[in-house]
Design a protein around this ligand. Structure first.
Ligand code: SAM
Length: 286
């Protein structure tokens, strides 16, 4: 995959893309990341990339000309072709107003040959970039950052680790939080199916949050690793992990349960937790 990042702070990316899996994937040639300094596409002495907003108001806005000119040097297919999906390239504008970036979008992007990430700054980017140049706007979360650079780094890391060969054990990326890879029908057969889908997996996220992980020592300052993980019964471990994933999802991200692949056994377990929570609630009010 090739990735191009367009920014007014090219040095920003020295750190974030030079460590761990992203670094290794770059060294292995799985991803080639090129950083483009927007100021190189200006024509005035001050290398101006921003200007005051039409209509008045606070702050400055990134001008359209340097961004359009920069992208014109990248040899991309036309926007029409990109939007029709006849080419494996996408141009993305980082924006707090964008569609929320998710693991699902990360895997869509990981299937492309090329992505271009445009980082905004100041009050944002002249809207003509979103309307006529970028194919989609992505936000990394419901908060406002000062620039798109951290967002671009987040997207690059999430996408890179999904590239085949980037993570040593590929099954591990398939069973992480948010990853959906089974249909409800497949799940009707229960946990055994999970084994078929990811042979090395012990659980399979199916759109849930990941289960808790533990390592040595088994006993640490009076805190012990759950017994079930030590007894070597893989059937029990699988069930425990699945239940813990359900429990954590119910507690921290109940919204995910609406679209997660939940089987009959899962639903029963969730109802039990909800019932015992209600009992606790009633007890604490008496
Ligand atoms: N005025 C904009 C608004 O309220 O939506 C915020 C502009 S922000 C200060 C400057 C730039 O940071 C944006 O153009 C965008 O590129 C980036 N940015 C801010 N928050 C972001 C987020 N949640 N996800 C992705 N990019 C973000």
């Amino acid at each position: 995959m090739k990735a191009d990042i367009v920014t007014i702070f090219p040095d920003f990316f020295r750190g974030p893309l030079d460590y761990g899996i992203t670094r290794r994937a770059r060294e292995m040639g799985l991803v080639q990341i090129e950083i483009h300094d927007l100021r190189q596409f200006t024509h005035d002495r001050h290398r101006t990339v921003d200007d005051r907003p039409f209509g008045g108001g606070e702050g400055m806005v990134l001008k359209p000309e340097p961004i359009f000119e920069c992208l014109e040097t990248l040899g991309l297919a036309s926007r029409d072709e990109r939007l029709r999906g006849t080419t494996s390239e996408r141009v993305i504008l980082l924006s707090a107003q964008g569609e929320r970036f998710t693991q699902k979008i990360a895997s869509e992007l990981a299937g492309l040959d090329r992505i271009v990430l445009i980082c905004g700054r100041y009050e944002g980017v002249d809207e003509r970039v979103a309307a006529f140049l970028a194919d989609r706007e992505l936000s990394i979360g419901d908060y406002v950052l000062s620039g798109g650079e951290l967002g671009a780094a987040v997207i690059m890391e999430a996408v890179t680790r999904l590239l085949p060969g980037a993570v040593g054990n590929e099954a591990s990326t398939r069973q992480e939080s948010f990853t959906a890879h089974q249909t409800g029908d497949e799940l009707t057969e229960g946990v055994e199916v999970t084994e078929k889908v990811c042979p090395d997996s012990t659980c399979g996220s199916n759109g849930l949050l990941d289960y808790p992980h533990y390592t040595r020592p088994a006993e640490f300052r009076g805190m012990s690793v759950p017994e079930v993980l030590i007894n070597g019964n893989h059937q029990q471990i699988r069930r425990w992990r699945r239940q813990q994933a359900l429990k954590k999802t119910l507690r921290n991200r109940p919204d995910l349960l609406e679209s997660a692949a939940i089987n009959h056994e899962d639903s029963k377990f969730l109802s039990e937790i909800k019932r015992s929570r209600e009992k606790e609630h009633v007890k604490s009010h008496h």
